[in-house]
Write a protein that binds this ligand. Structure first.
Ligand SMILES: [Zn+2]
Length: 359
């Protein structure tokens, strides 16, 4: 960095030409005073300090090369003295300007102590439901599954009819479903996405679908009117119940630990036939019985089955040619099991003390 004289010529050139050090000192000082007069904010004060006093590239450091070194031998003591004087003056002026800026700010806002450290900015944490979701997706993506979401406001057809619910099924009742105007409703499960995907894409299909679902439930430790559901389904030629079992056994071992075993119990769902509920060996007590598994050694975690031929037909697929399986569960419940959370409502209260634990 070179210091230029007001004539536009480099200062070392002037020195070589025998310019009087006292005059050069006066030039530098007045250049500084001019810049200082323009610096009115703390940021500009800092910039002024960096420009003149910066250890490596400050103008004063540059005077070592351009002024002191270039000066004839007999003038070096004079130049050194003037250089030190200039440094002290600039340091004092910069210091005074910084103090004045703080005082000015304090006067403008009398309650503000500008010397106090700023407020701490809270750092966010990943929500346990999101953590559980990412973990599930990490298990299914390598198996060739795509991830999809769908609308939360659904029609009666996609939420119930296409999924083979009989009109008198209790879920269809207003007791369980939150209906909106004009026959629309808040989806009670993520399964309508199965129909939407089967309608728009041709097999083979492998999908994980997830999102918020809504039930007309009174909130308590295990129920929330809104919760997160995740389901996976596959449709292809010659898919069997064995494929379903193998996939789910792999999944629960990956998610709950390699010792985890799955137990399939016959069950009923309108949209699958045959249907099963899946229990896993309790990951908390290794089957010896604890509070979480209610001393049974098993925990019920998901429902599954072979997609009912009626559902395939409703989505425009030929059930003679295609078969499929589907399985679904509550992500909130999975997160609760994984992270040992005993109240689902904690998930939705936005309490930073609770959420911070998952950082
Ligand atoms: Zn247990």
């Amino acid at each position: 960095m070179s210091i230029e004289h007001k004539t536009g010529r480099p200062i070392d050139e002037l020195i070589r030409d025998g310019e009087d050090p006292e005059l050069l000192y006066a030039e530098l000082r007045s250049a500084f005073e001019q810049e200082r007069g323009k610096a009115s904010t703390p940021q500009q004060g800092q910039a002024l300090r960096d420009r003149w006093l910066g250890r490596r590239s400050g103008l004063l450091s540059a005077t070592n090369d351009h002024w002191l070194k270039a000066a004839p031998r007999e003038l070096k003591p004079v130049v050194g003295k003037l250089q030190n004087l200039l440094r002290r003056e600039i340091e004092a002026a910069v210091e005074a300007a910084a103090r004045a800026a703080v005082e000015e700010q304090a006067q403008a806002e009398p309650d503000l102590d500008a010397t106090l450290p700023g407020p701490e900015r809270a750092c966010g944490a990943i929500h346990p439901v999101r953590l559980a979701l990412e973990e599930v997706l990490d298990i299914f993506r390598p198996l060739g599954y795509s991830v999809a979401e769908g609308p939360e406001i659904e029609t009666f057809f996609y939420n119930f009819e296409a999924l083979n619910f009989p009109p008198d099924h209790p879920a269809v009742d207003e007791m369980d479903t939150l209906f909106l105007n004009d026959g629309a409703l808040l989806r009670t499960h993520t399964s309508p996405c199965q129909i939407r995907i089967m309608e728009s894409k041709r097999p083979p299909l492998r999908y994980v679908v997830h999102g918020k679902v809504y039930r007309n439930d009174t909130p308590d430790a295990t129920h929330s009117p809104m919760f997160h559901q995740l389901e996976m389904f596959a449709v292809d030629e010659s898919i069997t119940f064995g494929d379903l079992k193998g996939t789910l056994e792999h999944f629960v071992r990956c998610f709950f630990g390699p010792q985890t075993q799955a137990r399939f119990r016959p069950s009923f769902f309108p949209f699958t036939e045959p249907s099963a509920e899946v229990d896993i060996t309790c990951p908390f007590c290794s089957r010896s019985g604890c509070r979480i598994c209610k001393q049974t050694g098993f925990i019920e975690v998901l429902g599954c089955g072979m997609i009912d031929p009626n559902v395939l037909r409703n989505a425009g697929l030929d059930p003679q040619r295609y078969q499929g399986f589907a399985a679904g569960f509550g992500l909130d419940r999975f997160a609760m099991l994984k992270y040992n959370i005993d109240d689902i409502l904690l998930m939705y209260q936005g309490d930073a003390r609770f959420l911070r634990q998952f950082r």
